[in-house]
Design a protein around this ligand. Structure first.
Ligand code: TA6
Length: 316
């Protein structure tokens, strides 16, 4: 019996505007899509086929514009923390499939994954004169968890170290931003991008949303919970090698100012980004850094006590 394409675990095919994309399908029914353009995940669906990530209806799938949504990779610079274009250049480069990746550091339960690789072009070397190999594995776990593992190696032959900042700029799809809570960032220090990156301390309760937010939380726990009451869903974000977390929602005014973002779409998205911003990562030649993100979407109802985020945050 021929296997329908909807059963192929890893499939290379054409996406929007003919851009190459990889579709990952897990036997339990969850799926994910990754574009070679930007090495960017643009879809993650649970085993009911429900989309868990936000991609703007006005997103532009055409280089050099970055795709507005999913999980853009910010490298070698987060936002304006340096002299390069905002969020660096990895998100608007064409990545390749890594046919011969070095063995993976950890035993992974996931059988459904793709390995991508990015190396600098001559043009890149003119704006950021450093040789590197950026390997990205995107994997779907048996339970539908989405895992992204970045391995960045300094391959310079000139003996020079380089430093970079980094973020998985994840756009979560939410039912109603005013009904969403983020747990795990209480009482932490943060840099407020809306106040010249001034440093403040967060109050003691869960974070809720009633206006534009653009904060870089410093030295956060490795686990953060995003509760979407209306959808009775909790996103659990686990991170490794990424000490900071950025929380962003443009709200109404910034939404109107972005051509690739719908005026009301701010109500249905929230960016919570595993990041390394405060302390840039420095690699000597031959050294490799690893940054891992694991996303789970669990049915929840905070008020019913079925799933108390504190229990989530404290559990393994
Ligand atoms: O991650 C938050 C942030 O740095 C915001 O300041 C905002 O600019 C957002 O990223 C989107 O940036 P982009 O370059 O994709 O428009």
């Amino acid at each position: 019996m021929a296997m329908g394409s909807d059963m192929v675990p890893v499939e290379l095919c054409k996406g929007i505007n003919g851009l190459d994309k990889i579709v990952l399908r897990e036997s339990g029914g969850s799926s994910a899509e990754v574009y070679l353009y930007g090495g960017q995940v643009t879809s993650w669906k649970n085993d009911h086929g429900e989309e868990l990530l936000f991609v703007s209806s006005k997103a532009i799938f055409k280089p050099p514009k970055a795709i507005r949504g999913g999980i853009p990779i910010c490298f070698p610079q987060f936002a304006s923390h340096g002299g390069l274009e905002s969020h660096g250049f990895a998100r608007n480069r064409i990545w390749s499939i890594d046919s011969d990746p070095p063995s993976f550091p950890t035993v992974s339960s996931s059988k459904v994954f793709i390995d991508l690789i990015l190396k600098p072009t001559e043009e890149d070397m003119k704006i950021w004169p450093h040789s590197f190999e950026f390997r990205l594995r995107v994997a779907l776990g048996p339970g539908g968890d989405l895992m992204l593992t970045s391995r960045i190696r300094n391959t310079s032959a000139d003996g020079k170290p380089f430093s970079f900042t980094f973020a998985y700029h994840t756009y979560f799809s939410v039912s109603d931003i005013s009904e969403v809570r983020v747990e795990g960032l209480e009482t932490l220090d943060y840099l407020d991008n809306l106040q010249n990156k001034e440093r403040f301390t967060e109050q003691g309760d869960a974070i809720t949303f009633e206006s534009e937010i653009d904060k870089i939380y410093l030295s956060t726990p490795t686990k953060i919970a995003i509760l979407d009451h209306e959808k009775k869903r909790t996103f659990v974000l686990r991170k490794d090698g990424l000490p900071d977390a950025v929380v962003w929602n443009p709200w109404d005014k910034k939404a109107k100012a972005m051509a690739d973002f719908g005026d009301d779409e701010y109500k249905h998205m929230l960016c919570v980004e595993a990041a390394a911003v405060e302390k840039p990562i420095t690699l000597k030649p031959g050294e490799e850094w690893r940054g891992r993100l694991e996303l789970s979407a669990v049915p929840s109802s905070y008020c019913s006590g079925q799933l108390d985020p504190q229990k989530v945050l404290l559990s393994s």
